[in-house]
Design a protein around this ligand. Sequence first.
Ligand code: ZN
Length: 139
Amino acid sequence: MEKSVGEKLARLVSELRKRGYRVTAQRLAIAKIVFESIKSHPSFMEIVQAVRDAMPSISPSTVYNNLQLLEQMGFIRSFDVAGETRYDDAFPHVNLVCLDTGEIVDLEGVECVNDVVVKAGLSPRNIQNIVVYGYCSRP
Ligand SMILES: [Zn+2]
């Protein structure tokens, strides 16, 4: 199930400690911005911009390293759309990508994710991402 930003940050703190990573104010501030914006499937540059709005001196490589860590720890996922990496929440869902507009919409019914998972012979715990490409009905 999808968790709130507060719940994710609390779990991040305990996971970082468990794995021996430093829990810094900067790391948590970056994670908070990522968690708050993840619903919109932001690109790397969009995340860098959002982080810099709050912390102007942060370098893109610091943001990148933190994104890598969050992905490695299973908090977020990434996938490519039209050659651009987009970041996404890690809870099980299907992404519908419009090849015309580039818009990404989450399809949240668990039953539909389960259908795909079962047909693919995977366990819900090890699905990485489900992306469906098509054309939205927008004129
Ligand atoms: Zn999504």
